[in-house]
Write a protein that binds this ligand. Structure first.
Ligand code: PLP
Length: 225
């Protein structure tokens, strides 16, 4: 028998300690699935396509907190800036500038996470330390009024090798600690470490995740057509 979204969500929630935020990754999934999770008390959802997110946000309850979790193209920022509650995967100054600009138009401050490249094998999007430093030291960044850097995000290698996963998560935690000390020691809002997905979130939590992004374990496998 296949389990319902409600049942799956309940069992995932049981494994997540207090203080770790669960982002239910609902990309490609229908509104009915999202509503089912919402009725079970889930209010944080993650999407990775700007127009899909814009559509869903318009159709679903207004108190849902939407996290944009994927690679975001600058020309798509405008679709989500009016309402998105966090943009998790900022990997360039150019993108951050556009987020700042669109947030200003909506008279908002948008919390953002800096995405780091942590996977040893896969090539995934993300900054390295030098790039982050260059971004944070830049004059345009210092002038931005409508974004707030709330922490870091990373995607580990798609592997079952838990030693490797642990190394990659430890690396992101170390990056967070370094940034906290060098740039954000006076910024209590800089506090999030978003790491861990369906296959690896328990290891991520052990290594200090404050947010996990879990999709298929809650909503079932995705069908990309
Ligand atoms: C799809 C996605 C997830 C969730 O993946 P699952 O393996 O289904 O849990 C998490 N983070 C990002 C950035 C994603 O794109």
């Amino acid at each position: 028998m296949t389990k319902t979204v409600t049942e799956r969500l309940k069992s995932v929630k049981e494994t997540i300690p207090e203080g770790v935020k669960l982002i239910a990754v609902s990309k490609t999934k229908p509104n009915s699935d999202i509503l089912e999770a919402y009725q079970e008390g889930q209010i944080y959802f993650g999407e990775n396509k700007a127009q899909e997110l814009e559509r869903k946000a318009g159709e679903l309850p207004g108190d849902i907190h939407w996290h944009f979790i994927g690679h975001l193209q600058t020309n798509k920022v405008k679709y989500i800036a009016p309402f998105v509650s966090m943009i998790e995967a900022v990997d360039s100054l150019k993108l951050l500038k556009e987020i700042n600009k669109q947030a200003a138009k909506s008279e908002r401050v948008i919390p953002c996470l800096l995405q780091f490249h942590i996977a040893e094998e896969d090539t995934k999007f993300g900054l390295d330390r030098e790039e982050a430093q260059a971004l944070l030291d830049s004059e345009p960044f210092k002038k931005m009024q409508n974004i707030r850097i709330a922490g870091v995000m990373g995607m580990a290698t798609y592997t079952e090798n838990s030693d490797q996963l642990r190394r990659e998560f430890k690396f992101l935690k170390a990056v967070f600690d370094w940034l906290k000390q060098e740039y954000f020691s006076e910024t209590p809002d800089f506090k999030e470490i978003s790491m861990g997905m369906s296959g690896d979130y328990p290891v991520a939590i052990q290594e200090g995740a404050t947010m996990v992004r879990v999709g298929s374990l809650i909503f079932g496998e995705r069908n990309y057509n």
